[in-house]
Design a protein around this ligand. Structure first.
Ligand code: GDP
Ligand code: GDP
Length: 438
């Protein structure tokens, strides 16, 4: 089941980021050490009651003139319409309804997507209560007064948002077919790879970053087994601003990764590993999905017998926080090592769904703690009582300890390494839940 995507749109300065951060709250730092992802975050996990969703901030508008502003707002709204299940349209009670609001409201209304109209900066209902009525003019139904800065009205707003969530959840036809998202910055070779995998030129490939294309799901059968490749290349927007394209591809990536079992992060062998790559790989990492880092355009690299080793070393450095990822050097152009993708995908999936018996896990835990003494603080030593596997994909383990505070990241990491040494879990992150037992 994939997560519902909620997008936040609105003019600059109406308080989108404030609202975004307020709703995301501390959930923003799910994984603290993912470089490139935590700063300037444009997506985050949110939840309300028992509803879980991925929230995206389509913002990032730098208004230069009214013209530019309107154009950028249009593409922002388009992006939201394309990727989101529910859209929160944020307006500002202090500025009232302005022309740009009408424009965007019209676009959103036509999209037939569920829209929740938020009127922000209503810091006091007494003072601003009457100013809310003019927002009915936008034709988006009831305006929800909110003060994002003061955490007011958020409950009612979110009640309305989750009302629009699909009743049965977003169940996709789960027939066991593995879904693989091809992600990576523009021009890295996502469509070319899809084409190569498909064996015929069904996707239009172009040299120009940001050419009009549609994202498609491609089903490929290999050795009698079907696989679905989710291509995130579809760049509808012909954005000129680099940051703009970047943001756009990040949001698309989040949506695709959400639906996938395994992600293939493509890196351009000629360009080397860039910040954009780190950011995109970080999305895969945080999602808990399986990861293959595929260095593409390998045919263009001048090689000697050390080239691959050297590149691998760089990968290990840059992606140290996701050292479970599998590496692959391919050429979407020549097809070199493309079939390896299927082998890796199958292997990773086996690892994702692997279950380890509790008895075996506890033997490993006992040995690990005997080999390396758990840390202590202020005279109190960490005790690890018991470990059991709670779920798969990603494999998740619950460890019962005497005091959670004492379970430092580095010791969890040590336990993870012990588990990996024994069972591999190659290609998939593994997670730990630390519980206290008296
Ligand atoms: P964005 O450009 O839409 O992302 O807007 P920001 O979240 O950056 O907010 C723009 C300005 O509005 C900032 O100075 C915020 O502190 C302020 N702001 C945001 N929410 C509220 C609110 O609920 N009440 C008031 N009075 N100011 C707010
Ligand atoms: P996307 O934006 O990630 O979908 O990238 P494309 O598939 O459109 O590829 C961008 C450009 O790189 C196109 O000109 C492709 O022909 C070229 N390209 C993609 N993969 C390879 C490769 O493995 N080798 C070479 N030589 N060129 C490639």
């Amino acid at each position: 089941m994939r997560k519902v995507i909620v997008a936040v749109v609105g003019r600059p300065n109406v308080g989108k980021s404030t609202l975004f951060n307020t709703i995301a709250g501390k959930q923003i730092s799910i994984v603290q050490d993912t470089p490139g992802v935590t700063r300037d975050r444009i997506y985050a996990e949110g939840n309300w009651l028992n509803y879980y969703f991925t929230m995206v901030d389509t913002g990032g508008i730098e208004p230069i003139s009214d013209d530019v502003l309107l154009k950028q707002m249009r593409s922002q709204a388009e992006l939201a319409i394309e990727t989101a299940d529910v859209i929160i349209f944020v307006t500002d009670v202090k500025s009232g309804v302005v022309d740009a609001d009408y424009e965007v409201a019209e676009m959103l209304r036509r999209s037939k997507k569920p829209i929740v109209l938020c009127v922000n900066k209503v810091d006091s209902i007494k003072k601003y209560g009457n100013d809310i009525y003019e927002f009915y003019q936008l034709g988006l139904g009831e305006p929800f007064p909110v003060s994002a800065a003061n955490h007011l009205g958020l409950g009612d707003l979110l009640d309305e948002v989750v009302k629009h969530f699909p009743k049965e959840g977003l169940e996709e036809e789960e027939d066991g077919t593995l879904k693989i998202a091809l992600i990576g910055k523009p021009n890295v070779g996502k469509s070319s790879l899809t084409n190569k995998l498909l064996g015929e030129n069904r996707v239009i490939v172009s040299d120009i970053a940001g050419t009009t294309r549609d994202a498609i799901d491609t089903e490929v059968t290999y050795n009698g087994t079907p696989y679905i490749f989710i291509d995130t290349a579809g760049l509808r927007r012909k954005g000129k601003v680099t940051e703009d394209i970047e943001r756009y591809s990040v949001i698309r990536t989040v949506a695709a990764v959400d639906r996938a079992d395994i992600c293939i992060v493509l890196i351009d062998a000629v360009e080397g590993i860039t910040d954009g790559d780190t950011r995109i790989a970080g999305i895969a990492h945080e999602s808990g999905k399986g990861v293959i880092i595929a260095v593409n355009k390998w045919d263009l690299v001048e090689k000697n017998d050390k080239t691959m080793q050297e590149f691998t070393k760089q990968l290990k450095e840059k992606f140290a926080y996701m050292d479970y990822a599998e590496y692959l050097f391919i050429s979407a152009e020549t097809g070199q090592r493309i079939h390896k993708i299927y082998e890796l995908v199958n292997m990773i999936h086996d690892n994702q769904v692997m279950r380890i018996k509790t008895g075996v896990l506890n033997e490993i835990l006992a040995r690990a703690t005997a080999m390396k003494q758990p840390p202590s603080d202020k005279g109190k030593r960490l005790k690890l009582f018991y470990i059991t596997q709670a779920s798969v994909a990603p494999p998740t383990f619950v460890i019962f300890v005497n005091d959670r505070e004492l379970m430092h990241f580095s010791y969890t990491r040590y336990i993870e390494n012990q588990i990996r040494e024994n069972f591999g879990f190659r290609g998939t992150p593994i997670r730990f839940i630390i519980r206290e037992r008296g």
